[in-house]
Design a protein around this ligand. Structure first.
Ligand SMILES: Cc1cc2nc3c(=O)[nH]c(=O)nc-3n(C[C@H](O)[C@H](O)[C@H](O)COP(=O)(O)O)c2cc1C
Ligand SMILES: O=C(O)C(=O)c1ccccc1
Length: 377
């Protein structure tokens, strides 16, 4: 559907539905209980970083060019030798059943429909194999929480590879859970409720590691799996031995860590502060991006998340040098508000707004976006 079709479709529709992020969040709030809603909305500590993530976008302004003939737009990017139709991804978000019973299946199907590569979380409610079976042929990556229980991690990676996932994203900012006051206030832990177990109860290595097969043992096993404060660069070298898939590190905020990642042979990075959910008070993701792009200097792809709320934000991140951006909370609100159809609506709007924004900036190929002038105030 063209941009014009989308605008006219929306305008002629009698249906009322949430349009922007605030409206989506409100619609989700009306559907969800306070625990799940608070879990998804909130972040760590005093939520300083959560606020900064979105507010900081306003500091960057695009300076467009005109009279460039933008009648055709090419949004294709090439990553690890494969063509992706546009630079928008679905970020890894765990435990989607707290938002909607259809969970990751609904999200992955919506992602497939709009050609958003889907990054599935280790702590998903549905397993790798269930998601793969529901979305045959679509591009999927797997987000790994690496563990001190290495044999389990190795096996999960093997399963993702076998199921056709195209890259492994290792999240490094969550070796323990952030300090999340909203969840204490609501006495809510999806982990304790067993909502993260999709990939664990289906894993023979994990199940064999438990003292027995009770629900309590499974949940304790998952908590134990995730707690990994000793994680260090050696693990990355080991992981490289275990898979032939490209490996990305998610959670990079320091340019020196970006350089180290390249030295260690990592294939890509995701600049992210986990949506402010891990260490509060860290730099806004968009403020970390320019220096990292400079340090990386085109050697590996630099993906971006944390604070993307609309297509115009995606344009800014791409103009500041991101290769692609990942959508997080907006799709979760779409899922809560309307299941698969709700996610589809969010992704469709994101894609169309991003395309309109690129064209109106005077650029015809997404690869030229980094040449756009951006001023900071
Ligand atoms: C409810 C929720 C669960 C998340 N679970 C994971 C996860 O399992 N693995 C991961 O790497 N990141 C996880 N994230 C972080 C996202 O991948 C992404 O970094 C973050 O949502 C970006 O911030 P934004 O949504 O505010 O834009 C989660 C985020 C949310 C909101
Ligand atoms: O909530 C999160 O942000 C998250 O990433 C996570 C990771 C492990 C267990 C539970 C949640």
């Amino acid at each position: 559907m063209s941009n014009l079709d989308l605008l006219l479709k929306n305008i002629s529709s009698n249906e009322k539905y949430p349009i922007n992020f605030a409206e989506l969040e409100q619609a989700a709030k009306e559907k969800l209980e306070v625990g799940p809603f608070g879990y998804i909305r909130s972040s760590a500590g005093g939520e300083e970083t959560l606020r900064k993530n979105t507010e900081s976008f306003a500091k960057y302004s695009i300076v467009p060019r005109f009279l460039n003939d933008v009648s055709s737009l090419n949004t294709e990017i090439t990553l690890f030798g494969q063509i992706y139709p546009h630079p928008l991804f679905v970020a890894p978000v765990g435990m989607n059943k707290i938002a909607h019973e259809d969970g990751e299946i609904a999200v992955a199907k919506a992602a497939a429909k709009y050609n958003f590569p889907y990054i599935q979380s280790t702590v998903s409610s549905y397993s790798i194999e269930e998601v793969a079976a529901a979305t045959e042929g679509s591009t999927k990556w797997f987000q790994l929480y690496w563990s001190k229980n290495k044999e389990i991690s190795y096996n999960i990676v093997k399963r993702a590879e076998k199921a056709g996932y195209k890259a492994i994203v290792v999240t490094v900012d969550t070796v323990m859970l952030g300090w999340r006051e909203e969840d204490v206030r609501n006495q809510f832990s999806p982990l304790k409720k067993g909502i993260a177990k999709g990939n664990f109860i289906t894993d023979p290595v994990f199940m064999a590691s438990l003292p027995d097969k009770t629900e309590d043992s499974i949940i304790n096993g998952i908590v134990d799996y995730l707690y990994h404060p000793s994680l260090n660069w050696d693990a990355i070298a080991e992981l490289k031995e275990q898979t032939s898939l490209p490996i990305l590190i998610k959670g990079i905020l320091h340019p020196e860590d970006a350089k180290l990642a390249i030295e260690k042979g990592i294939d890509g990075i995701i600049v992210s502060n986990h949506g402010g959910r891990q260490l509060d008070g860290v730099v806004a993701s968009i403020d970390a991006l320019p220096e990292i792009v400079e340090a990386v200097d085109g050697r590996i792809p630099v993906l971006f998340d944390s604070g993307i709320r609309r297509g115009a934000d995606a344009l800014k991140a791409l103009a500041l040098g991101a290769t692609a951006v990942c959508i997080g909370r907006p799709f979760v609100w779409g899922l809560a508000a309307g299941g698969q159809a709700g996610v589809e609506r969010v992704l469709e709007s994101f894609l169309q707004e991003t395309k309109v924004s690129i064209s109106l900036s005077g650029v015809s190929h997404v690869n030229d976006l980094h040449k756009l002038k951006v001023v900071k105030s």
